[in-house]
Design a protein around this ligand. Structure first.
Ligand code: ZN
Length: 467
């Protein structure tokens, strides 16, 4: 007698789509049955006509708790993620107050977030540096990294560009030392790659220009974060991986020129992985001119030609993961009427349509196989972040996560109806096809037909990697 059977669905893996029924016992996959096999279960879900993914892992999300829960907290962010088909997310250490920099803060954060996450989660630990500090005062947290690693963080994140006092920028000395310290643990260090000096100088110059129209200001913003800032920082960080042998992950690659550098490093055999996001694959800088502040993110959106070329690097495996980079804000921080591009919050409200947007792009617009989604949004993130063995594949004994997706179901983003705390999103009004009808985590339904299951609040558990 099983606890749950999901029958009549088409299971999607990175290399095939096939018919099988999923049998679940004690929160794990217990068997994969030939279609039509008679088996008893307490609960049966009919997935007739739908695809079933073994979960969706969002490897890059900012849920802002503790400290900035007026932007997003684990309750609101994870329920929106559940509706979007995410079964696991990996939360970023910044846009928190305090940022996740040591074991004490880890304990504080866990005491808050475990109470109300709807979905399973991992954590990125922070690497903060002393780029622009007084050389006599030590502000970096290098001495705390091993404790965070032992607390089971999935990866570490550092910023190479100006990022404010709560999460100070790392210099290449900090990057090198962090990689050396964490190498024995095979821990992964991810970086936001935009080079400090260029961003600082170019933003200063752009902001000093007067008399610009709204559109001219947007051009100035985009130019101040052009590809050379991302390219140089990526090369520097890759060089530190070359120097130390430490594992490096390049976050949110936005441009084919940057992806090419990653590809060459991988070809050389360096331990480099990289991700991109749906917005870099589906939207160009024209979208920023149209939407203004709500479409502001860094690195910014690139040209149409760059967007097209970036797909080549997803398809050839260079950019092996796709994350949402959900980086929400309070509505007034994204207000397009009162704020210009410089004052607008840099980050997109993106998590609730993470899977639907990617599915529409991959399957309906690009006419690619739905397997690509299983690869870049589940299997590869599970492998890269160490969750494989628990997550990321239809394997007996793995967590019984499942996302049932109706490939033809139409959807439309209506920002006032989002389950996130803030509602302003540049994707308001966007339409597509292909949406989850049911999200199952460890054998339990956490979202159904576009609504989260209230009782699943707090069900989400902390997932730690196996290196
Ligand atoms: Zn981010």
């Amino acid at each position: 007698m099983y606890d749950l059977i999901i029958k009549n669905g088409k299971l999607v893996t990175p290399d095939r789509v096939y018919e099988a029924d999923i049998a679940v016992k004690d929160g794990k996959y217990a068997a994969f049955l030939a279609p039509g096999t008679e088996a008893e279960a307490t609960e049966v879900i009919d997935a007739e006509g739908n695809l079933v993914y073994p979960g969706i892992i969002d490897c890059h999300a900012h849920l802002n708790e503790p400290g900035f829960d007026y932007r997003e907290d684990f309750e609101t962010g994870s329920r929106a993620a559940a509706v979007a088909g995410c079964t696991t997310l990996i939360d970023m250490p910044l846009n928190n107050d305090p940022s996740l920099m040591n074991k004490e803060i880890f304990d504080l954060k866990m005491s808050k977030i475990t109470k109300h996450s709807y979905i399973d989660f991992g954590l990125w630990g922070g690497i903060v540096g002393d780029f622009d500090d007084d050389p006599d005062s030590v502000h970096n947290n290098l001495a705390d990294l091993e404790d965070l690693e032992k607390a089971g963080v999935a990866a570490f994140k550092g910023f190479t560009c100006p990022n404010g006092p709560l999460f100070p920028t790392v210099n290449m000395g900090n990057v090198r030392e962090a990689l050396e310290l964490l190498k024995p643990y095979k821990a992964l260090c991810g970086f936001h790659c935009e080079e400090y000096g260029q961003v600082l100088e170019r933003e200063k110059k752009a902001k000093a220009m007067t008399g610009l129209s709204r559109q001219e200001k947007i051009r100035a913003f985009l130019d101040s974060h052009d590809v050379w800032t991302e390219y140089v920082a990526t090369k520097n960080v890759i060089d530190m991986a070359r120097a130390t042998g430490g594992r490096v992950h390049i976050c949110h690659v936005s441009h084919p020129m940057v992806a090419q550098v990653v590809k060459e490093a991988q070809y050389e055999g360096l331990p480099i992985t990289a991700e991109t996001c749906p917005h870099y694959l589906g939207f160009s800088e024209d979208f920023v001119f149209e939407k203004g502040g709500p479409a502001k993110c860094t690195p910014p959106l690139r040209t149409k030609e760059d967007v097209e070329k970036l797909w080549d690097y997803v398809l050839d495996g260079t950019l092996s993961c796709v994350g949402s980079d959900h980086s929400p804000a309070a509505d007034e921080e994204k207000d397009n009427e009162s704020r210009d591009i410089w004052q607008a919050w840099g980050g997109l409200n993106a998590i609730q349509f993470f899977l639907p947007m990617m599915f529409d792009m991959v399957v309906h617009q690009k006419k690619l196989c739905p397997s690509l989604i299983a690869k870049v949004m589940d299997y590869n993130p599970a492998k890269v972040f160490g969750f494989y063995g628990q997550k990321g594949a239809f394997e007996i004994g793995f967590d019984a996560d499942a996302v049932i997706l109706d490939p033809e179901k139409p959807w439309k983003v209506e920002q006032e109806k989002l389950f996130t705390k803030g509602h302003v999103t540049c994707f308001d009004g966007l339409e597509g096809k292909g949406a989850p009808t049911c999200t199952v985590i460890r054998g339990r339904v956490v979202a159904k037909d576009g609504m989260y299951v209230e009782e699943a609040k707090g069900f989400g558990k902390y997932v730690t990697p196996v290196r």
